[in-house]
Design a protein around this ligand. Structure first.
Ligand SMILES: *Cc1c(COP(=O)(O)O)cnc(C)c1O
Length: 839
């Protein structure tokens, strides 16, 4: 196996081209038993396999059994890709929020029936065993999940794409709630091993940090730069399979683990410092130890920059080594045949690092290396929030990556000449566009570095791209208008509809055929059934089953009972002020306030679920979690609310919980301040599963509304332009006192009703809401939001009409498949074709 998937010279392999074993496997139940009792050395379990331990063994044995069935195709795909002369794509990302792999692989290999039969021998259901798999939580939120959906779509479309990331020992932290507050626990997801990964030690790369650049005479007589006295770390690749959907394709996600170069270092230590030398191992391995848990904010830590460079250098060296193996030292076509997609600026060091590798290690001139680099780099921007725009201190850079800094200075010098040609003598413009932000403590602007070094810059939804072109990157888009393009995000319908909503999958297959699994545009064929009473009955029954499933999960994880006859109103996403979970809470307080006053006429009973993690250092976000929990405990313990209102904070929101949450949701809360959410992808998962959206004109909500039909969407609030206007003269206190219901709910919140033993606890939040400088203008949208929620309530009472709208949302969701997004990347940016298994 290691022979065919390794990076050894290909000459040896030609003879084995057709000899990859596909047989040698027994039938699936026999293989499962063999792996359980032989591979894992476990005693044949009791039936049913009741203990945690036995189920966990069964999970591992089943995972290996399924992986066995992926490996031959995986090897074929890898070989096909190595042999092809077509362009190849590398998706560089610091995050891949994969979730679980077992059920995904079973679905894509069409093994469901076989697996269920095999587990039947142990008295187990697939769902019970699948639940033993820990999520691979190698990402924070939307950006990392997007990378995972993209890899799924690339495999489905048989595109030659490799994902490159970091194999964090600890992924996204586990969240639990104590006394209403978030507590973080480390996520040691690799503790029991990872049956999906295969280590490829033979492709280990060396990464050089610190040191000083020096000039020397290379053997070919040229003057070159190299790094003296560097401190080196090894990058060891672990490959994860990315199976396509029943298409004989298994792509690769290559994750790098940091490891010490102990062989070399130990030799240099004298016998007396042996323990210190061994301890240095930890230092090196820190680089891939833990995922930074910040979503949409940068934090400037040295270890984070190390992670970024580590990923970028290892991945570029990997690609270059395969290139040299095949093409020798001729790099003239390298830019034509390879493309690196940068998932945000996190891997933006790829620009100067590729320059360095081409010049310092492969002897190219600056001009030739620049030609190659700018032909193969493409950058995706994910946010307009200023606090998320990465800047690295020049001081830190010059210590950690001194040679890269030299290269960045040279890129900048040449770029500023171009700026001067375009805007002659305009010093302010040069200052504004410089890759270096000058000042006492100068910084490198990573987004500008990415733009200058890339041939494509894209935003992730129509509005977002417009705002990039007219705002954040205005001058760059004037300089290079053709670089800028939009690629509205998408999600994979195979995980986010087919797998997570089996009831709906069955109804769709029966009604419109199975083609939607690989071509979601076909889902529009559902529209004619929207008013069909018999079809609606089945639609309603499926939603009810899904609501029961969620109610059970809520009961298992909290002390709250959901009533499945209530409207399920859901907001799950990272906790962030711009996403405005506070606005949602204010509405819940308003409903509670009305219940206290007895104004319940026409009120629709609701279960409100809010979930998401707050960055551990983000104080305000953590206080919002506390508020949600404290309001929840008052509401849920008030007998007057019993038949009308429930509020729950769902702990430890992650991919596998979203798989239960989104099929059960009836109302999807997408209520960010307009102009702040680049796209959103949670919104798309809900829409596919028939939820109606209450939302602002932000990110992809705009496109969701267009595709669902505006009559099937609950719109409220200011648009992006109006937010800018409103901020010029924003007086939230006047809005509050002029609106009796708002004044009353604010009074309730400020009276301490929800924090009787902790006076002043939420002053920071209420003070923010009342501030004329509140960046999120929450109070400006509150009346409109409350009214829109009133419309939701009315609409929900007309069951037939509600379900008509629900069906039309699913029917309109075809545009939001990541297959569509990836086809656009493939055509407009990557210029890459499929590499079919039997083409
Ligand atoms: C889809 C998803 C997200 C992104 O949600 P948004 O609402 O777009 O912010 C975040 N986390 C998880 C676990 C997801 O599945």
């Amino acid at each position: 196996m290691s022979n065919t998937l390794s990076d050894r010279p290909s000459a040896k392999k030609q003879s084995s081209t057709d000899s990859i074993p596909t047989l040698g496997m027994l039938d699936l139940p026999a293989d499962l038993r063999r792996h359980l009792t032989i591979t894992l050395g476990h005693a044949d379990p009791a039936t049913p396999a009741e203990s945690e331990t036995e189920q966990s063994y069964l999970y591992r044995a089943l995972a290996i059994t399924v992986r066995d069935r992926l490996v031959p195709t995986w090897q074929q795909t890898w070989k096909r890709m190595k042999q092809s002369d077509d362009r190849k794509i590398y998706y560089l990302s610091l995050e891949f929020l994969i979730g679980r792999s077992l059920t995904n692989a079973i679905q894509n290999l069409d093994l469901d029936d076989d697996v269920r039969e095999a587990l039947h021998n142990y008295g187990m259901h697939l769902e019970q065993i699948a639940d033993k798999e820990l999520d691979a939580g190698l990402g924070n939120g939307g950006l990392g999940r997007l990378a995972a959906c993209f890899l799924d779509s690339c495999a489905n479309l048989q595109l030659p794409v490799i994902g490159y990331g970091i194999r964090y020992e600890y992924g996204m932290f586990h969240q639990h709630i104590e006394d209403g507050r978030q507590v973080e626990d480390p996520d040691h997801w690799l503790r029991d091993g990872n049956p999906w990964e295969i280590k490829r030690a033979e492709s280990t790369r060396r990464i050089r940090f610190y040191g000083r650049p020096e000039t020397y005479h290379a053997p070919d007589g040229t003057l070159r730069k190299r790094l003296a006295d560097s401190r080196d770390v090894l990058a060891v690749p672990f490959d994860m399979p990315i199976p396509g959907f029943r298409n004989e394709t298994v792509n690769t996600l290559r994750l790098w683990k940091a490891s010490t170069t102990d062989v070399f270092d130990l030799a240099e230590f004298n016998a007396g410092s042996y323990p210190e030398a061994v301890a240095a191992k930890n230092d090196a391995e820190q680089i891939s130890m833990v995922l930074y848990p910040n979503d949409a904010s940068e934090n400037g830590k040295e270890l984070r920059l190390k992670q970024q460079y580590f990923l970028v250098s290892a991945s570029l060296q990997d690609v270059i080594e395969r290139w040299v193996e095949k093409n020798g030292e001729d790099f003239t076509e390298f830019g034509l045949k390879n493309c690196f997609q940068l998932n945000d600026t996190h891997p933006a060091c790829a620009v100067p690092e590729l320059m360095r590798l081409l010049m310092d290690e492969h002897g190219m001139t600056w001009d030739d290396a620049w030609e190659v680099t700018t032909r193969c780099m493409a950058y995706t921007n994910h946010t307009l929030l200023p606090e998320a725009l990465e800047r690295w201190s020049v001081g830190l850079f010059s210590r950690l990556l001194p040679r890269l800094l030299e290269i960045i200075y040279e890129i900048n010098a040449r770029f500023l000449k171009l700026v001067d040609q375009q805007w002659p003598g305009d010093i302010a413009m040069r200052r504004e566009m410089s890759l270096i932000e000058e000042g006492d403590n100068p910084h490198i602007r990573m987004a500008y570095l990415a733009i200058v070094g890339s041939f494509s810059v894209n935003g992730v939804a129509g509005l977002h791209t417009q705002l990039l072109e007219s705002g954040l990157f205005k001058h760059f888009s004037e300089l290079w208008p053709r670089k800028f393009n939009n690629k509205t995000n998408g999600v994979t319908q195979r995980r986010w509809l087919s797998h997570c909503n089996p009831g709906l999958r069955g109804l769709l297959d029966e009604t419109i055929g199975e083609g939607w699994q690989t071509d979601l545009s076909k889902i529009s064929k559902l529209a004619p059934y929207a008013t069909d009473a018999a079809f609606q009955e089945r639609w309603i029954a499926i939603k009810l089953e899904n609501k029961k499933r969620l109610a059970e999960l809520v009961a298992k994880n909290t002390d709250v009972q959901f009533d499945t006859s209530f409207l399920f109103d859901v907001q799950v996403k990272r906790i962030h002020e711009y996403k405005r979970q506070l606005l949602n809470v204010l509405h819940v307080i308003h409903l509670y306030d009305r219940i206290q006053r007895g104004e319940t006429a026409g009120m629709v009973p609701r279960c409100v679920l809010i979930g998401g993690k707050a960055a551990p250092g983000y104080h305000v976000a953590k206080l919002i979690v506390k508020l949600i929990n404290d309001v929840a405990s008052v509401v849920n313990n008030d007998p007057k609310c019993k038949d009308l209102l429930r509020l729950v904070f769902f702990p430890n929101y992650r991919v596998s919980s979203m798989e239960i949450i989104c099929p059960a949701t009836e109302l999807s809360e997408q209520i960010s301040t307009a102009g702040k959410e680049a796209s959103g992808t949670g919104n798309m998962k809900f829409m596919m599963n028939g939820a109606l959206t209450i939302g602002t004109l932000d990110g992809a909500n705009i496109e969701i509304r267009e595709n669902a039909g505006e009559e099937n969407f609950f719109l409220f609030g200011l648009d992006a332009q109006e937010v800018v206007e409103a901020k010029k003269d924003y007086r939230p206190n006047e809005i509050i006192s002029a609106d009796a219901e708002i004044a009353s709910l604010m009074n309730l919140l400020e009276s301490g009703r929800f924090n009787p033993t902790n006076p002043g606890l939420f002053d920071l939040l209420t003070g923010g809401l009342r501030s004329p400088h509140d960046p999120w203008v929450t109070i400006a949208d509150l009346r409109s939001y409350i009214d829109a929620q009133g419309e939701v309530g009315k609409a929900y009472q007309d069951v037939s009409h509600w379900n008509q709208m629900s069906i039309l949302n699913t029917a309109g969701s075809g545009w939001f498949s990541s297959d569509r997004t990836i086809q656009q990347y493939a055509q407009d940016i990557w210029d890459v074709r499929a590499l079919p298994a039997n083409g």
